[in-house]
Write a new protein. Structure first.
Length: 368
């Protein structure tokens, strides 16, 4: 942990003492928001994850780099639309040059931004950049707690009607089998099946279409929305480690094992903190198989259920509020409520640009 903090401190010191003065000498004084953007771009190096387009028809590769940096700026500034971003780029010389355009006429048109965003989504630019950021600044850290939670993402697209369970599979025969009758063994549940397949297969099985989801809020009332659900694993200090986007109707428990597997590839942690939606023995066993201690709130489905945390467990479980704060910051400050693109792939890219900006902001808070 000390080596990690020293590495972060050295990088932040270099940005403050060398990069900021160098930019201010050329561009003039930087505002607080411009300094935040420069820090995010410097620590993420999103341009290193852009695929080469040499030989392709269209604008040069340097333009794709500037557009990628501009989409990061859109998340940092919490702009609602690409049009709002373009208007700011044309009126703000400093922001324009930070992104990589020297002249006003160099800024790409809106249709070029749209095409580039589609390319970034297809190549999973945001996901790859965030993964590298975490491995660079968190892989050597021993994380105390991983807080797992999801948040509703409203989308501006038509919801897909969900098939009823009766339409998906025939009803099983009720009652005891007849003499000599052998019934096929019960099929494993999705959670049980996840224990024996790869991470890629687990993620492929998760629904990714836009549909309607329902979730109980902090006051106990049910809320419904049309769109998706963003599942995030957050480490102590409010550092988002990994994230998965699913349909709104996907139950939180269905994402616990793939999300835990993804997080385990990036950091080592001791405790897994989850609310009552994840209360399943399969999830507890999987957490223990990773060498973790699961602290999952109890879903008391029956009146006689007297399970409760021990005092020291209840104290540790309070750390799960970190996940709620990160969900709130994503929505209030980094564009999770301002989504105008459509489709799972593009919405995931939009959210990941915001998650990158949030992650760097939280990393800087750790050392300042």
């Amino acid at each position: 942990m000390l080596q990690l903090k020293e590495k972060l401190s050295q990088h932040w010191h270099c940005i403050q003492q060398n990069l900021f003065p160098w930019l201010e000498e050329d561009l003039g004084p930087l505002s607080e928001k411009q300094q935040q953007l420069v820090a995010v771009l410097e620590m993420t190096r999103v341009e290193e994850f852009i695929q080469s387009y040499r030989g392709w028809v269209g604008r040069p590769q340097d333009d794709r780099t500037a557009i990628a940096r501009a989409f990061v700026a859109k998340a940092v500034y919490n702009f609602s639309t690409t049009r709002q971003l373009l208007d700011r780029l044309k009126s703000d010389k400093v922001l324009r040059q930070i992104c990589g355009w020297i002249k006003l006429n160099d800024v790409a048109e809106e249709w070029t931004f749209s095409r580039a965003f589609a390319e970034f989504s297809k190549s999973k630019l945001g996901e790859r950049a965030h993964e590298a950021l975490i491995k660079n600044y968190q892989s050597e850290r021993l994380v105390g707690h991983i807080s797992r939670d999801s948040t509703a993402i409203e989308a501006r697209e038509k919801a897909i009607k969900k098939e009823s369970p009766s339409e998906l599979k025939p009803k099983a025969k009720r009652g005891r089998p007849r003499k000599g009758e052998e019934r096929p063994p019960a099929e494993p549940t999705q959670l049980e099946r996840q224990l024996n397949i790869s991470l890629e297969e687990m993620r492929a099985e998760l629904s990714k279409v836009c549909d309607v989801g329902t979730k109980r809020n902090s006051k106990g009332y049910q809320e419904s929305w049309k769109g998706y659900k963003f599942h995030i694993d957050t480490a102590d200090g409010g550092i988002p480690i990994s994230a998965i986007l699913t349909s709104a109707s996907v139950h939180d428990s269905r994402v616990a094992i793939p999300l835990a597997t993804l997080t385990a590839q990036r950091v080592v942690n001791l405790y897994d903190l989850m609310d009552a939606a994840y209360d399943a023995q399969v999830i507890r066993s999987h957490s223990e198989s990773l060498g973790h201690i699961p602290l999952i709130d109890f879903n008391k489905r029956r009146g006689g259920d007297t399970r409760s945390f021990l005092p020291h467990e209840a104290q540790r479980y309070k750390e799960r509020s970190t996940a709620e704060r990160i969900n709130s910051r994503m929505k209030d400050e980094f564009g999770a409520t301002k989504i105008y693109v459509r489709g799972h792939t593009k919405i995931m890219t939009h959210l990941m640009f915001g998650l990158i900006a949030l992650t760097v902001d939280q990393l800087i808070r750790l050392i300042t």
